[in-house]
Design a protein around this ligand. Structure first.
Ligand code: 8YV
Length: 340
């Protein structure tokens, strides 16, 4: 990065454009801005990087811009050159990055929270409706030319008005789901590490369950909107999944590893859970064929934040994170492991 003086705050040398390595194709306006502001290396073909390419990236770039598809584990971080100062993630979830290894190397991690809240909440509602009202099944019947006309008993689903919705994680996305769900006449229940302020509970007419086990056992629909952290890995373990009533549906728009996927498949198979709406999976993009063949499961290819506006806003947030860091200011969306 040349021989110019070093800014003490961030160790990035002033007045020069940092080398930014973007691992995936981003929306055009974002890439254009990245090119204008930084010495950016883009991935126009959008072929995911393999481990060797990722290692090469962290050995050459000042700033890496990865996505959920890049596993930045301790080996990758430890192979980074001293020039790597920041990992500016395109996305809110950072479970694919070893935060501890990055902290040891003084590499700053940022994410893009806030801008994808509404879109992810919309997809969650879509999955609630698709699953409870059997919309995927209906669409498949029509597309397969199997629809012979209306009948009084075809594809009868479950009414959602008046049902109990248990939200696991009442953060930004969980709250946005709660607001929408209330409008649909669902009764809001939630479990969270910390109980939210009473004003918010009153607004949502929400019931707090300190015990996740107890909440799971009493719900008609369960939605997972908590972040994926070491503590939430398999939060819905086989034991907890078995507490759920057989008429209940599970919706996951967070991360696949929050549910023990193998146990979920078995319980769905045995009819002990009514159905599932899944936007995320344990080993994306691999999805067990058993799950894909279940009529009562709705499967989406991780579309939570997939709107043009949302993805551009995520890119703009990445640009702001990098620019403030390079300019030596306090970085707005820094992820501190201790806060997760
Ligand atoms: C993103 C997401 O599309 O932001 C997240 O955490 O799960 C998705 O909505 C993806 O992570 C982009 O990297």
């Amino acid at each position: 990065m040349g021989d110019l003086p070093i800014v003490s705050v961030n160790n990035i040398k002033k007045n020069i454009r940092p080398k930014v390595f973007v691992t995936r194709k981003l929306p055009d306006p974002v890439e254009t801005r990245m090119m204008e502001l930084f010495d950016s290396r883009l991935n126009l073909d959008d072929v995911p990087l393999d481990r060797e390419e990722l290692i090469m990236a962290v050995q050459t770039a000042d700033i890496l811009v990865p996505t959920v598809t890049d596993v930045i584990d301790s080996e990758i971080i430890n192979s980074a050159g001293n020039q790597l100062k920041m990992i500016a993630n395109f996305g809110a979830g950072v479970d694919h990055i070893d935060l501890q290894a990055a902290a040891v190397r003084n590499i700053i991690i940022t994410n893009t929270p806030g801008v994808l809240t509404e879109d992810t909440a919309d997809i969650t509602m879509a999955l609630i409706l698709m699953t409870a009202r059997r919309l995927g099944e209906g669409e498949r019947i029509v597309r397969n030319n199997e629809w012979t006309g209306w009948t009084p008993t075809q594809l009868l689903g479950s009414k959602i008005t008046g049902k109990r919705l248990g939200i696991v994680g009442l953060g930004r996305i969980g709250s946005a789901v709660a607001h929408r769900a209330k409008g649909f006449g669902l009764k809001i229940h939630y479990h969270n590490r910390n109980r939210v302020i009473s004003k918010k509970e009153e607004q949502l007419e929400a019931t707090y369950w300190e015990s996740l086990d107890q909440m799971l056992a009493h719900m008609d629909l369960i939605v997972l909107t908590c972040p994926s952290t070491p503590a939430s890995h398999h939060l819905l373990s086989e034991r907890r999944l078995k507490l759920i009533q057989p008429h209940c549906f599970i919706i996951n728009t967070s991360r696949g590893n929050i549910i023990d996927q193998k146990a979920l498949v078995n319980l769905l198979d045995e009819g002990l859970i009514a159905g599932a709406g899944l936007d995320v999976f344990e080993d994306e993009p691999t999805i067990p064929s058993k799950l894909k063949n279940m009529e009562n499961v709705v499967i989406l290819p991780h579309l939570g934040s997939a709107t043009m506006e949302g993805r551009v806003a995520m890119g703009e947030t990445v640009v702001i994170n990098i620019k403030t860091f390079v300019d030596g200011h306090k970085v707005p969306n820094r992820v501190l492991e201790t806060l997760l």
